[in-house]
Design a protein around this ligand. Sequence first.
Ligand SMILES: [Fe+2]
Ligand SMILES: [Fe+2]
Length: 243
Amino acid sequence: MISRDSQSPLFLRLAAMFAWRTDRRIASKLMGFSATERGSALDMYRAADLVDDPNLRRLFYRHGLDEDRHAQMFNSAAKKVNGGCDVAVRAHEQVHQVRQHLFEKLGLVAFVAFVYVSEAQALKQFNVILHHFRDRPDMLELFRRVGRDEQQHVAYSKNLLDTWRKEGRGKEVDQAMRKVKRRTLWAAWRRSGKQIGSVLTSVVMATLFVGVLFPFALISRVKDRSRSGWVQPTRPVDTRSQG
Ligand SMILES: [Fe+2]
Ligand SMILES: [Fe+2]
């Protein structure tokens, strides 16, 4: 349940305190969420186009509409937190707002397993965020509203997997779950690598500026002044005493 926020592990709550510590960061994070929701919507629409079963087509299409709405909600919230100005999606998160062609890559059973695993992870993440924003009504309302839809997504995808198990496709479902969990772990590893890379690039650029470019520019400016013969007067000249 999304309301059991205080049961989240301590290290996740500490990570949330760091990640969501200023309005600027909150706006950036919300735009990252918006990008992910948009990418999910595109994949759900694609799955709805490709699947044969009309019931699944309806479920996937409805799911896509939910994710599109979430993308809009996170986008609007980011803008509001940022004083009404648009917020850019960070470079390492831009890949999430495009279609990943997951249905074609995974096939139906693994695709639904992926939906179930991803949505369940999103709910856990939301619990941590809800706890972090427990004293901030605008964020609480946003994550509670989105979280209610995510609970539906967990429920319908789990129901599909359970139905296939009952129909004798348990082995296929288990294989799909293992495949998806491996894939999810690998994606998380690559994502953290990109984030670390982005932080390292910022640190290197800042070090270059402070340690090399700034002193070099300062020396160059001093040299230019001495070449031009400009000298700082030691005291102001009193023109009244001259004649
Ligand atoms: Fe969503
Ligand atoms: Fe969702």
